[in-house]
Write a protein that binds this ligand. Structure first.
Ligand SMILES: *[C@@H]1O[C@H](CO)[C@@H](O)[C@H](O)[C@H]1NC(C)=O
Ligand SMILES: *[C@@H]1O[C@H](CO)[C@@H](O)[C@H](O)[C@H]1NC(C)=O
Ligand SMILES: *[C@@H]1O[C@H](CO)[C@@H](O)[C@H](O)[C@H]1NC(C)=O
Ligand SMILES: *[C@@H]1O[C@H](CO)[C@@H](O)[C@H](O)[C@H]1NC(C)=O
Ligand SMILES: *[C@@H]1O[C@H](CO)[C@@H](O)[C@H](O)[C@H]1NC(C)=O
Length: 689
């Protein structure tokens, strides 16, 4: 890891590689989540004992097991978190009961950077507020840095008794007595196992919030109405949460600084979620970002949506027509390659400085090929002479995909690569010049078949509680609890709706224009009209979400069909699964459209029983879309309809994403989903998995 930290200083990209690849060579122990499937019934102690027995079969002794296991999960799913070496993790994966093993990742509280959208005001959801009785008796679980119970936002004045279905606890600790729970803060727990000592030291060993983040988000989601709240007189007025009468359950799983591997990790968050499910929480609010799983640490790149799908190759002797072992060369300095044996191998380099230097070092080390993570533009010419070996430039996204492939492949066999001779791509097939499109999020690197983000919500200059006072916060952290608060209101109105149905209602009713019908802009350089990679389905519109007309629902079992696991390929966790665009999401994203693709969607009528909906299509540029059938009729017995969306590329194009939408309309109701399509011709790396 010393190597990693020095590299980190050089280039954020390498952090990602380090994290991806550190698991390959490390003999040291890491925290893993072992997933065993649905909840096992039986006494909790028996479930825990069975986890211990299973782990002991691999570790050899009861003592080692007790030293290794950090959390047991038994309410939301069955499993545990344990410190394991790579070999132990692989041995566990062999057991038939084990469905998957994934490394625990670290999380960070979302920052208070400026929100992406301009000129948007929080629309007061007055109608929905009244109909849902201000979220009364909905329980919002806030998984964050804890809470400050003395804040006026959490006064329980005028509240009825705690809902009888509540099964949570009030866990006492430093600066937190049992009287800190109330009719507003109905429960509180904290999770310190596996958290770094230095983070615990600067915090209260209790649900009390030293950081402030959790208090701000909790009061934004469910703070009671506080008159005359202000920050030094600014923004004076009533402060209140999205669902001001909802009850709050506190799960402190983020500690101290709120950032970094020591402050929060998957294992701890899952322990909190597991308890929240047991306790009877209705809505979970997490204002956290994964540090490793996304490109967030790779800030220099994440805004650049350019793709290195095009292939640049020059090698007159065509080394490229067969698979060669693939090696990770790090920075590909003389030092980093010294001592590694890359002779005859294709080397993946991520260098901040220059392509020629990396090339020279790879040539000196006897490499037979070079995959260079492109950092600066306009270096394509440099590939004109690669000293006789095959070379190719790829962008960060592709480089990360290769890195992921290397991790996966190294577990079963050895990673290999083939660099094929270049093909000439004429002007018509390229989208040139590529315009850097600035946006803070999408597409999802891990799952490009799913449009991310889902939704935009107010997040700028949100006045909310911090200890005993009120401060302004801006950022995703502030937007998330708005959505949580709105979900709580919708849940109060529609108690039987699934999470997917609630999400569908929010997404299909979102606005893509402001009140003046002007398009929403995305901040950045240059400022531009926002697209689904900036705002997902659009800006949240709570009142419309209360009556969405149709919903795109998802059977929870369906998720298993789309998401593979890195350790194990079983029926439940199968890496060769259906592409994600077949999941019944209220969005469609096709990251590689070459041939016509047909996806199917199913909608459920939750509005008037007798309704006829018509399809309206806004095709992404260069794509033809056909909907079959284009009219959906519902009645009292026929509440569910399925339709097909056929997307056909009009051109052969190595393109970038273009956007469109599908709207079902019936009278005043419009049910809109975003569509993102990227036409491609070539893969930029061989798919041999
Ligand atoms: C919370 O508990 C602490 C410690 O018992 C106590 O000093 C404090 O007054 C309590 N606050 C509230 C709001 O009850
Ligand atoms: C490679 O490492 C060895 C041993 O550390 C050192 O003697 C040698 O000078 C290094 N070569 C280069 C090219 O840095
Ligand atoms: C191609 O291979 C030949 C013989 O192996 C070698 O002499 C020549 O330099 C190579 N050409 C290039 C461009 O590297
Ligand atoms: C994985 O999924 C594919 C496609 O659904 C299926 O054909 C295959 O049998 C599955 N493999 C396993 C091991 O379940
Ligand atoms: C509802 O629609 C279905 C399918 O269109 C039709 O077969 C059925 O007769 C209708 N039922 C009623 C009560 O109208």
């Amino acid at each position: 890891m010393a190597l990693c930290s020095s590299m980190r200083a050089h280039l954020a990209l390498l952090l990602c590689f380090c994290l991806l690849l550190s698991g390959v060579n490390g003999r040291s122990r890491k925290l893993y989540i072992v997933y065993l499937g649905d909840v096992k019934h039986g006494h909790p102690n028996d479930v825990i004992a069975s986890h211990h027995d299973m782990l002991t079969t691999v570790l050899g002794s009861k003592e080692e097991t007790l030293d290794s296991i950090i959390h047991n999960y038994k309410h939301g799913f069955s499993g545990f978190a344990a410190m394991l070496t790579e070999d132990q993790a692989k041995q566990l994966a062999e057991l038939t009961e084990v469905i998957s093993i994934e490394p625990s990742r670290s999380y960070t509280t979302m920052t208070t950077r400026s929100w992406d959208f301009l000129g948007l005001n929080h629309q007061t959801p007055s109608e929905l507020l009244q109909r849902s009785n201000y979220g009364e008796d909905v329980i919002i679980g806030v998984i964050d840095t804890g809470i400050w119970p003395e804040s006026r936002s959490f006064s329980d004045e005028g509240y009825g008794p705690v809902p009888s279905r509540w099964k949570g606890v009030c866990q006492v600790g430093e600066g937190w007595g049992s009287n800190n729970c109330s009719r507003k803060i109905i429960g509180a727990r904290f999770y310190s196992a596996g958290v770094a000592e230095e983070e615990l030291k600067i915090d209260y060993l209790s649900p009390r919030d030293a950081n402030g983040h959790g208090t701000h988000t909790a009061s934004t989601a469910a703070g009671s109405v506080v008159d005359a709240a202000s920050f030094h007189g600014l923004g004076a007025g009533a402060a209140r949460g999205g669902a001001p009468r909802a009850r709050i359950a506190v799960y402190k799983a983020v500690w101290g600084s709120g950032r970094g591997a020591g402050a929060a990790n998957t294992a701890t968050l899952l322990a909190a979620i597991d308890d929240a499910i047991h306790d009877g929480v209705d809505v979970l609010s997490l204002s956290l970002a994964s540090e490793e799983n996304s490109l967030v640490p790779c800030t220099p790149f994440r805004r650049d949506r350019r793709r290195g799908q095009s292939l640049y190759y020059y090698g007159k002797n065509s080394t490229g027509s067969s698979f060669k072992p693939l090696a990770f060369g790090g920075l590909c300095t003389a030092d980093s390659l010294n001592g590694t044996n890359v002779r005859g191998q294709v080397v993946l380099c991520a260098s901040a400085d220059s392509f020629p230097v990396a090339l020279e070092n790879v040539l000196n080390a006897g490499g037979s090929g070079l995959i260079f993570a492109e950092y600066t533009k306009h270096i394509i010419d440099a590939t004109g002479d690669c000293g006789g070996i095959a070379c190719v430039l790829v962008d960060l996204t592709t480089a990360l995909q290769i890195g992921k492939y290397m991790v996966d492949a190294s577990l079963s066999s050895s990673p290999v690569a083939m660099i094929e001779p270049a093909r000439t791509i004429t002007g018509k097939e390229t989208l040139a010049p590529t315009i850097a499109a600035f946006s803070s999020r999408g597409p999802s690197i891990q799952y490009p078949e799913v449009i991310k983000p889902d939704i935009a919500a107010p997040g700028a200059s949100i006045l909310a509680a911090m200890k005993d006072a009120y401060i302004f916060g801006s950022g995703t952290s502030m937007a998330t609890p708005h959505v949580s608060g709105i979900v709580a209101l919708l849940k109060a109105l529609h108690p039987n709706w699934s999470p997917a149905a609630l999400k569908s209602a929010i997404m299909t009713t979102a606005s893509v224009t402001d009140e003046r019908d002007m398009p929403i802009l995305a901040q950045g350089l240059p400022r531009k009209i926002a697209d689904p990679f900036d705002y997902g389905a659009g800006h949240i519109n709570p009142n419309r979400a209360a009556d969405p007309g149709l919903i795109y629902d998802i059977d929870p079992n369906d998720y298993n069909k789309f998401f593979g696991c890195s350790f194990k390929k079983s029926v439940r966790c199968n890496a060769t699964m259906l592409p994600g665009y077949h999941l019944n999401l209220p969005s469609i994203s096709i990251p590689d459209l070459r041939q016509p693709i047909t996806v199917s969607r199913t909608v459920t009528n939750v509005g008037e029983a007798d309704a006829v909906y018509h399809a309206a299509i806004e095709s992404p540029a260069g794509v033809k879309i056909d909907i079959e059938p284009s009219v959906l009729a519902f009645n009292a017995t026929n509440k569910v309809n399925t339709f097909q969306v056929k997307l056909s590329p009009l051109w052969r194009l190595q393109g970038d994403y273009t956007f469109g939408s599908l709207t079902w309309y019936s009278g005043q109701k419009t049910v809109r989903i975003p569509i993102a399509v990227r036409m491609t011709i070539y893969d930029s790396y061989a798919d041999v998995a």
